[in-house]
Design a protein around this ligand. Structure first.
Ligand code: PLP
Length: 410
């Protein structure tokens, strides 16, 4: 076993060797521009892009024409959210209320920040507060709907806690009200089945590097029928990708992305069963062995390969240092000046201390049982050691109510 072990697949995944193999010829001998209509080089690249579009579409039950290649989910989210807002606005730029948008506080920044920009530009945005278990239901969205709502954007599964929102039901609600529905499905596609017709999504972003494909390439599904969704393009130029997204196509990346989609479709079920078994073993053992540890997010409605656990009475930075042979994410985000508790955990009502002392462990296609056992031992030992050094743990053991202490102000 090679150290450090990798348990951060929700941040990015390694490229599958079969993906790399498919990509290689497109760096060298097959280097044509798919926009070159007059020669073999262009035709070959165009054929490769067509094939990838079919592979991507097949994974989600779409028509190939409904898949737009992007540079990843950040771009896909921006194009979907801004592109739909500008297309379906109820009043032009400069007006006070250009339209109402619904999203959620624990979305990825690549959704929140485009929404915040639209807010500055005269759109009204509702940021729903998630319940403690993190799951957004259609009822919650229904309660926020207004006559002037033009767009709902809600992620399929959360990247920090893995919780799954009620996507088909939310899609149905939006369709009943003629509201455009976008979902950031970056953590979902390739891991769980999607059928865009059944699931009633209009716009859906996903990304190669979260599903064993290359970085810098992704897909945006844009519905073409019932309703035909239109978008204002965000990158203008040569008119590639039906004018939605200009720029010479990243043929190599797109070929890899297509291959990754094909492999995921074929291996999704077996990956899922194996990862679920390992994740549950990891999670249950940690929760059993470590007192005052708590799972974050709904236990059932959750992706099979992610767990997020808070460990009480340990200090967050110390915990990260102590588990440095286990590559994972903490509940702290480094901002320029300080360590901020995760805004996702905060939105669920997790206190700052517990948020800082949380770990997100996410398993992947090549995670081994040996690595899971290593993580269990490593984390258990780290928490025990840190608690032995912790004055808070001492006080807690002595029965002192920490919340009742008046800390000296500084
Ligand atoms: C990783 C991630 C993104 C960003 O995707 P990129 O392809 O890296 O731009 C957006 N949303 C979610 C939920 C993610 O997990």
């Amino acid at each position: 076993m090679k150290l450090p072990i990798y348990m951060d697949h929700a941040a990015t995944t390694p490229c599958d060797p079969r993906v790399v193999e498919a990509m290689l010829p497109y760096f060298t001998e097959k280097f044509g521009n798919p926009g070159s209509r007059n020669h073999r080089f262009g035709w070959d690249s165009e054929a490769a892009v067509d094939k990838a579009r079919e592979q991507a579409a097949a994974l989600i039950g779409a028509q190939p024409k409904e898949v737009i290649f992007t540079s990843g989910s950040t771009e896909g989210n921006n194009l979907a959210i801004k592109g739909a807002a500008y297309m379906y606005e109820r009043a032009p730029a400069g007006s006070a209320n250009r339209g109402h948008i619904i999203t959620v506080l624990h979305e990825h920044k690549a959704v929140l920040d485009p929404c915040k920009r639209l807010m500055k530009e005269g759109f009204d945005v509702t940021f729903l507060t998630p319940p403690e278990d993190g799951v957004i239901t259609a009822e919650m969205v229904k309660g926020a709907m207004r006559d002037d709502t033009i767009l709902v954007t809600i992620m399929w599964a959360n990247n920090e806690i893995g919780t799954i929102n009620e996507i088909p039901a939310i899609g149905k609600l939006c369709h009943e009200r003629d509201v455009i529905f976008h979902t950031d499905a970056t953590q979902w596609v390739g891991k769980m089945p999607v059928d865009v017709a059944r699931d009633e999504v209009d716009l859906m972003s996903w990304s190669g590097h979260k599903m064993y494909g290359p970085k810098g390439v992704g897909g945006l599904y844009v519905r073409r029928r019932r309703p035909r969704v239109r978008l204002v393009s965000q990158i203008d130029g040569g008119g590639q990708e039906r004018g939605f997204r200009s720029g010479t196509l990243n043929v190599t990346g797109i070929v890899g992305f297509g291959k990754a989609c094909e492999l995921s479709a074929a291996e999704m079920e077996s990956d899922r069963d194996r990862l679920l078994g390992m994740r549950n073993h990891l999670e249950q053992t940690l929760l059993e062995r470590i007192p005052h540890s708590k799972l974050n997010g709904n236990q059932e409605k959750r992706l099979p390969h992610i767990t997020n656990i808070s460990f009480g009475y340990v200090e967050g930075e110390g915990l990260m240092m102590a588990v440095k042979d286990i590559a994972c994410s903490s509940g702290s985000a480094c901002t320029s000046a300080s360590l901020e508790p995760s805004y996702v955990l905060k939105a669920l009502g997790v206190g700052d201390d517990l948020a800082h002392s949380s770990l997100r462990l996410s398993l992947g296609r090549w995670t081994s049982q040996e690595e899971v056992d290593f993580a269990i031992e490593g984390i258990t030992t780290a928490v025990q050691k840190l608690r032995e050094l912790s004055p808070l743990w001492d006080m807690f053991q002595e029965g002192i109510d920490i919340n009742a202490i008046e800390w000296q102000a500084h």
